[in-house]
Design a binder for this molecule. Structure first.
Ligand code: CS2
Length: 444
């Protein structure tokens, strides 16, 4: 298998499922770094092994994970091409963040994106060129190498980022990129490639020095590549694997025909509440999910958002109730220090899929979705410098939206989000004003 994007989440989730698969000895993951290339150097001397610390309310469990067989720098296209040209490599998983797929708002690849446009131009000129930087560009380069080596070599793409319909999403992105590079590649993709949609869930905060120290103390090892995570984990997958796959079901993964309800439940209830807290609670000066959910005001806001989402989830009310209760329990795990600043990143990629669909659904039903309105208002304020600092793949595009008076900023953001509704605009403005009044510290 190949994985693109060796972050902590991948090492707590897909690597863990592969480690515990019934046929684990038959599989190895050749992983490529994502945002941080340093992890390749950290993992190399320890042969890809690392300690996973599972932080439960009652204490820690420790595990050494050995499913990574190699870790390469993201820029190592020679290695990527040689793996993809190997017919024994049959699965490609990815965790590159929502922004990493370079998708256009309406689906498909954002061919106007400068980095993707550059990759396409490079590959058109030379299909074995170096210097590609985007996921679609690199994978298309890998598919060209695979096609050059084999007429028939089935392979399945399994994106593991929080985007609903992520299988169709990666398929559209790869097909658009392939068509722009070499129009004959599409037929080979038809014959060889599978695209699987997945819902992934495991809260994985960044490890702290205290976490590394606990591993030193409890396990006697100095492991700079420690990953910390919660006991809960979930993986639901839907779609065919034409080249085969590890027996992930032995580790608890579920294979279903209809995944949409699982995705929406998680994306709206978990990720939506995360984003709401990341923007709204940091305005109050709160730093972690644990402290946010224990603050009465924030807890009320989260419940109000969940009420909006629950009205449009295609699930029995009892199931939604117990999922909400389980989320509160996970958020209240005192061992997990999940920074809201970490969750606040890339709101431009998150709000439109986590919050906006339920907001619009409520409006279509004639309801004012206060819980969702507050999340949008908090995001406007975040972009204007309140609460968590802005780290956004589309900062150049969204920061100019919030310049000038608050009401103008609100209107521009709503337009950008595709919300054309005066009553919502008035409600967002009112919420933004009340949140500003609660601000703990002015923008730094
Ligand atoms: C979080 C997710 O950072 C974020 O945006 O909402 O990483 C979340 O912790 C995971 O999806 C949990 O499975």
């Amino acid at each position: 298998m190949v994985h693109l994007g060796v972050g902590n989440f991948f090492r707590a989730h897909q690597a863990w499922y592969t480690e515990h698969a019934g046929d684990a000895p038959d599989w190895g993951i050749a992983a490529f770094t994502g945002r941080s290339a340093a992890i390749a150097e950290t993992l190399a001397p320890q042969e890809g092994l690392y300690t996973l610390v599972i932080q439960g309310p009652q204490g820690n469990d420790y595990e050494v994970i050995g499913s990574l067989s190699a870790v390469h720098a993201a820029s190592d296209l020679k290695a990527l091409r040689s793996y993809l040209a190997d017919p024994a490599v049959v699965v490609v998983t990815s965790t590159v963040t929502e922004a990493g797929y370079v998708r256009a708002p309406g689906g498909g690849a954002d061919l106007a994106d400068p980095a993707l446009a550059a990759d396409i131009a490079t590959l058109r000129e030379n299909p074995t060129a170096d210097g590609l930087t985007t996921l679609p560009g690199k994978l298309v380069a890998g598919l060209l190498a695979r096609r050059a080596a084999h007429e028939r070599a089935p392979i399945t793409f399994v994106p593991c980022d929080n985007v609903s319909g992520n299988g169709e999403m990666i398929e559209a992105v790869l097909r658009d990129t392939a068509a722009a590079v070499d129009p004959t590649l599409g037929a080979w993709i038809d014959a060889n490639c599978g695209f699987v949609t997945t819902m992934v869930d495991r809260i994985t905060p960044r490890p702290t020095d205290a976490d590394l120290e606990a591993v030193r103390r409890e396990r006697g090892v100095d492991d700079p590549a420690v990953v910390v995570t919660e006991p809960f984990t979930e993986w639901v997958l839907s779609g065919a694997f034409p080249g085969g796959r590890p027996q992930w079901e032995t580790s608890g993964a579920r294979f279903v025909d209809d995944i949409e309800a699982f995705e929406t439940r998680k994306l709206w209830l978990l990720n939506g509440s995360h984003s709401l807290m990341a923007y709204a609670a940091t305005i109050l000066g709160i730093e972690t999910v644990y402290d946010a959910i224990r603050d009465e005001r924030v807890r009320g806001w989260v419940e109000e958002w969940w009420d909006v989402a629950a009205r449009h989830l295609p699930l029995p009310p009892e199931e939604i109730r117990s999922y909400r209760a389980a989320l509160v329990e996970r958020y209240e795990n005192p061992a997990i220090r999940h920074l809201l600043a970490q969750i606040a990143a890339d709101g431009s990629q998150k709000l439109p899929i986590r919050i906006v669909p339920a907001l619009l659904a409520d409006r279509a039903a004639g309801v004012m979705p206060t819980g969702a309105v507050r999340a949008v208002a908090a995001w406007v304020l975040h972009l204007r410098g309140l609460g968590a600092a802005v780290h956004d793949a589309r900062a150049d595009e969204v920061l100019p939206l919030v310049e000038g008076p608050l009401d103008t900023a609100v209107n521009r953001v709503l337009e950008w989000l595709g919300i054309d509704d005066r009553e919502v605009a008035a409600a967002v403005l009112a919420e933004a004003e009340s949140l500003t009044a609660l601000a703990a510290t002015p923008a730094s």
